[in-house]
Ligand binder design. Structure first.
Ligand code: EPZ
Length: 420
């Protein structure tokens, strides 16, 4: 297993470009199943999770490939026979594989998809996904760890989510576009990635209104056609790069972002003492050597994103004062805390809240990544820590960041990947 080795203390300077959004690419790749023919996607990030989704689609019989290792173009051809199944060994490596469920039932009338099971950050049930599909007339059976869903023809209906769920909203939306009649979805997730998926589906011929708000209306259509689309920038990767500038006391321009997708984060970085300015489609973060502590409460978009919580905790661990961080989305998303302790951070967990007392400095040590955003948090802390920090198990990082160490090295960080 690879590790990332960092020698801390370098202030980052320069320009860097955000890649395409992982959490938009995954549902959009799955949506190719809704049309016959080949869809072409650009600005698709080269991530392990994207490779897994392409593999899930190939397992079903799609031609799903990246044009070449060096391009950001992926094609998904859906022609001929599709086996509407997603096996356990793939779904367990990436729970977002469950996003094929809605398209398969809508297009092929049946799906057999492994239950994703829990993951490091929480139980992450899919009850709301299944509730939505049932409301559209699907028969759902759970057997041997698999969801078996069938429907001769889905019918439009009303779906009231009990919990705001990003992929739940996306799964039900992808099922409803081919249902007969109108579907009304309430208490939907408002993430930009949900809006982006609706944009792609409408380009394919769907009739969706209200995506990006909590109420979505869908008029079912008889069929959809393949699409060409460029994926929107990754607001979480971009946010992580802004925090890299902040924690190192640097001055970095993150290019090709959508600033209005990042308001909650930008507000917190400004409150902490960063100067954030918009430059064209980029955001510049200029930071003093030491920031002020701020409180963070994660909520659904447009609130502060849970996917940035670990990164902000690293920043708060070296800020002036005490920061109270409340994680309201996932029940176990503090696994980076024991590892930050190893670097000298002063953090106390009280249930869903972490109290972070800023320390003057951190000192490098070997640490272990436990999940995707925790690995980013430890790399950020390593940029600040005195001496050497080795972050192991970086396969977690590679799920959601495209060559992060190269991007940081180009900004002046002393960072390298060591093959195991
Ligand atoms: C999406 O996960 C993202 N993944 C996550 O990003 C992100 O952290 C999360 O949304 C929240 O923003 C993708 O988009 C591929 P949820 P998702 O369903 O859809 C509960 C990353 O780091 N819930 O919005 O799986 C659930 O347990 C990843 O890039 C139910 O109870 O998250 C959680 O507490 C991590 N029943 C809350 O809702 C359900 O049926 C939000 O989960 C579904 C969810």
């Amino acid at each position: 297993m690879d590790k990332i080795v960092i020698k801390g203390g370098q202030a980052l300077h320069g320009e860097v470009q955000a890649s395409g959004a992982k959490n938009a690419a995954l549902p959009i790749l799955a949506s190719a199943l809704l049309a016959d023919g080949t869809s072409i996607y650009r600005n698709v990030p080269a991530l392990a999770d994207v490779a897994t989704m392409l593999k899930v689609l190939r397992t079903m019989g799609c031609d799903a490939e990246r044009d070449s290792e060096t391009t950001d173009v992926c094609r998904v051809g859906v022609n001929g026979h599709i086996t509407p199944e997603a096996p356990y060994d793939l779904v367990k490596t990436m729970r977002a594989s469950v996003l094929v469920l809605g398209p398969l039932v809508a297009r092929f009338g049946r799906a057999r998809v492994s239950m994703p099971g829990g993951c490091a950050i929480g139980a992450r049930p899919i009850d709301q996904h299944l509730k939505g599909l049932k409301a559209l007339g699907a028969d759902i059976h759970l057997t041997e760890g698999y969801v078996e869903a069938t429907a001769k023809q889905l019918k439009g209906g009303t779906v009231n989510f009990d919990v705001i769920t990003v992929t739940g909203t996306e799964n039900v939306m992808m099922a409803a576009v081919l249902a007969k009649g109108r579907t009304l979805m309430e208490n939907c997730a408002r993430e930009p990635e949900v809006e982006e998926l609706a944009k792609v589906l409408n380009k394919m011929g769907a009739r969706i209104e209200g995506a990006g708000t909590s109420s979505i209306t869908i008029e079912g259509v008889d069929g959809l056609k393949p699409v060409e689309h460029a994926i929107l920038p990754d607001r979480i990767e971009a946010g992580t790069l802004l925090v890299a500038a902040a924690i190192s006391g640097g001055d970095v321009l993150v290019k090709r972002v959508v600033p209005e997708h990042m308001d909650a984060l930008v507000e917190k970085l400004r409150e902490a003492g960063c100067t954030i300015t918009t430059e064209g489609s980029g955001l510049r973060c200029k930071a003093p050597q030491r920031l002020d502590a701020v409180n963070i409460t994660t909520t659904e978009h447009p609130g502060f994103p849970t996917d940035m919580q670990a990164q902000l905790m690293a920043l708060m661990s070296v800020s002036q004062g005490t920061s109270v961080i409340s994680e309201n989305i996932f029940e176990n998303r503090f696994m980076h805390v024991p590892e930050l302790h190893r670097l000298g951070a002063d953090i106390t967990i009280q249930g869903p809240t972490a109290v972070v007392k800023g320390v003057k400095g951190l000192s490098g040590a070997p640490v272990m990544a436990t999940d995707l955003r925790a690995s980013a948090s430890l790399i950020l802390a390593g940029l600040r820590a005195e001496g050497r920090t080795d972050v192991s198990r970086v396969y977690h990082l590679d799920r959601g960041y495209e060559r992060l160490e190269r991007k940081l090295s180009a900004l002046g960080a002393d960072i390298r990947r060591e093959k195991a």
